[in-house]
Design a protein around this ligand. Structure first.
Ligand SMILES: *Cc1c(COP(=O)(O)O)cnc(C)c1O
Length: 464
C-alpha cells in the first residue's frame, strides 16, 4: 500500500500523540459553561509527529508546482517566484495588519499601495489603478463596470455590446455576460490577428467597447492595434486591455500608448505571486484619462483587496528595478521561440511567425495513426509529459485549432531545462510514431492515471 492510499484518519492509533502539554496541575483550568461543552468526543486522528510530517509531506509531493518542475502552461505565466517576496509579504509588520486599523497606524502599507500604483501606472501608461479585484476575471468585471459607468454618465445607454476576438481568453466573454453586456465575436485572420475588415461592420452606436489581449492568446502582437483603437474610439466605444499576458511587454510597450482606456493586470502571473489551485490573486484595474473620474465607483471587494499579493508585486518590481524589468519580456520571448523552432519538425505549427512569450502547436505531425490504430492526441502528449516529470502545457485552448498545445516557458528557466523539455517532447513524438498506445495509456508513473475528465470536474471525490 502506498502513502497516498491512506487518509490521516486511517493512520490513527489510539493513544498516539504528536504533542505534549504541561500538566494541568501547574496551571489554572478555565471552566467552560456547560452549554458550550461538546457532547460527544471530538474525532481527531491520533498520530505521532513523524506520521503527520510524512503524511503531509508525501501529499504535497503528489502535487506539481513551479517549485518542483518546469510548468510551461500557456496563458498562465507560471514563472518562478523569488522567495524574498514571500519573506516580505510575511513580515509581521505587514502580515499582522488589520483592515480596520486607524489610518495613521498603517502609513507604511499606504505607501506600498501608492508606490505600486505609481509603478504600474508607469509600466502600463494608465493614470491610476484600483486594487480591489482579487483575480484577473474579477478585474475584467470591474473594468467592464467602469466602461458602463463611463457611457451611462454621458447618457449613452444604448451601448450594450462588447466586441471580443475569437482568440480571447474564455473569461472575457464570461465577464461581459456577467456584466449584462452582449458579446459580439470578431474573427481572426489566417495570420492569427484580429481582422480589421471584419471589425469595421461590427462598430456602431450600440458598441460599449472591445476587449483585447495583446499579445493575443496565440502569443502574437496585434500590429494593427493603432488602427483598431482609432476605429473603436471614433464609434464612441472604449478599449479594454486584458493584461494577464503583460509579461512580454514589461517596460517595452504600454497599453496606454496603444490606445487602451481600461485594463487589468494579473499580479499573480506577471508580478510573481505563486498561483494555481485558486490561491489568492490580484487583478488591479488601471484606467486612462477618459475613465479616471469613475475609478472609485465599483466596490467589487472589501477593504484594499489582496494586500499580500500587492506586497509581493511591489517587492518584485523594486528588486528588478527599471533596467531589469525590461529584460523579462525579451528572455521570455527568446525561450518561447527557441522551443518553437526546436520542435516544429515534430509538432504542427499552424502560425510559423516569430511569437512573443508563448505559441501554439496543433498536435503531432506524425501521430502514429494507422490501420486499426488511433493516433496520439494532444491530450496523450500532455499525459505522457507527466511521466517525464514535466507539467503539461495548456491544451485545447485557444479554440482556434483542434489539437492546440500552448507553450509558455517564461524567462525564469535555464537553457538546460529548456533543452531537457525539448528532448522529452521529441522523444514523445518518436514514441507516438512508433506505438501511440504508449501515449494512450499515459501517465504510467503518476499516482493516478486518467480520471474521467468531466466526472472529475463535476463530481470531485476529495476524500476516501
Ligand atoms: C489567466 C487569464 C485570465 C483570468 O485570470 P484569473 O486570475 O484566472 O481570473 C484572463 N485573461 C487571460 C489572457 C489570462 O491568461
Amino acid at each position: 500500500m502506498k502513502y497516498y492510499d491512506k487518509l490521516i484518519f486511517e493512520l490513527s492509533h489510539p493513544g498516539r500523540t504528536g504533542y505534549s502539554l504541561p500538566s494541568a496541575q501547574q496551571y489554572p483550568v478555565a471552566t467552560i459553561p456547560a452549554n458550550l461543552l461538546r457532547e460527544s468526543k471530538l474525532e481527531l486522528p491520533e498520530v505521532s509527529e513523524v506520521d503527520v510530517v510524512r503524511h503531509y509531506t508525501n501529499l504535497s509531493q503528489m502535487n506539481f508546482g513551479v517549485d518542483t518542475g518546469f510548468y510551461p502552461l500557456g496563458s498562465c505565466t507560471m514563472k518562478y517566484n523569488p522567495k524574498i517576496n514571500e519573506e516580505i509579504a510575511n513580515h509581521p509588520g505587514f502580515a499582522g495588519l488589520h483592515p480596520l486599523q486607524p489610518a495613521e497606524t498603517v502609513k507604511g502599507a499606504q505607501e506600498v499601495i501608492d508606490g505600486l500604483d505609481a509603478s504600474l501606472a508607469a509600466i502600463t501608461g494608465m493614470k491610476h489603478f484600483t486594487f480591489l479585484p482579487c483575480a484577473g476575471a474579477h478585474g475584467e468585471l470591474t473594468g467592464l463596470m467602469l466602461m458602463r459607468e463611463y457611457h451611462m454618465a454621458r447618457g449613452d445607454s444604448a451601448r450594450v455590446k462588447v466586441i471580443v476576438p475569437d482568440s480571447a481568453h474564455g473569461t472575457n466573454p464570461a465577464s461581459a455576460a456577467v456584466c449584462g453586456l452582449q458579446i459580439v465575436e470578431v474573427k481572426s485572420g489566417a495570420d492569427g490577428l484580429v481582422d480589421v475588415e471584419s471589425l469595421k461592420p461590427l462598430l456602431g452606436p450600440d458598441v460599449a467597447g472591445i476587449m483585447m489581449t495583446n499579445p493575443n492568446t496565440l502569443g502574437l502582437f496585434e500590429r494593427q492595434i493603432g488602427e483598431i483603437a482609432k476605429l473603436v474610439h471614433e464609434c464612441g466605444g472604449l478599449l479594454y486591455y486584458d493584461g494577464a499576458n503583460m509579461n512580454p511587454l514589461l517596460g517595452k510597450v504600454r497599453p496606454g500608448d496603444m490606445g487602451f482606456d481600461i485594463m487589468h493586470l494579473n499580479l499573480h502571473k506577471t508580478f510573481s505571486t505563486p498561483h494555481g489551485g485558486g490561491g489568492p490573486g490580484s487583478g488591479p484595474v488601471g484606467v486612462g484619462e477618459r475613465v479616471l473620474p469613475y475609478l472609485r465607483i465599483p466596490k467589487t471587494s472589501g477593504f484594499h483587496g489582496n494586500f499580500g499579493v500587492m506586497l509581493r508585486a511591489y517587492a518584485y518590481i523594486l528588486m528588478l528595478g527599471k533596467q531589469n524589468v525590461k529584460m523579462a519580456g525579451p528572455f521570455a520571448t527568446l525561450s518561447a521561440n527557441y522551443i518553437k523552432e526546436s520542435l516544429k519538425d515534430c509538432y504542427k505549427l499552424p502560425i510559423p511567425t516569430v511569437c512573443k512569450h508563448e505559441f501554439v502547436f496543433d498536435g503531432l505531425i506524425n501521430d502514429g495513426a494507422r490501420e486499426g490504430k488511433a493516433g496520439a492526441t494532444t491530450l496523450d502528449v500532455a499525459k505522457r509529459l507527466l511521466d517525464y516529470g514535466f507539467h503539461a502545457p495548456t491544451i485545447y485552448f485557444p479554440l482556434l485549432f483542434h489539437q492546440a498545445l500552448m507553450i509558455e516557458p517564461t524567462e525564469t528557466e535555464s537553457l538546460e531545462t529548456l533543452d531537457e523539455f525539448i528532448a522529452v517532447m521529441k522523444k514523445i513524438a518518436a514514441e507516438a510514431a512508433e506505438d501511440p498506445d504508449i501515449l494512450h495509456g499515459a501517465p504510467h508513473n503518476a499516482p493516478i492515471g486518467r480520471p474521467d475528465e468531466t466526472a472529475a470536474a463535476r463530481n470531485p471525490i476529495l476524500k476516501a
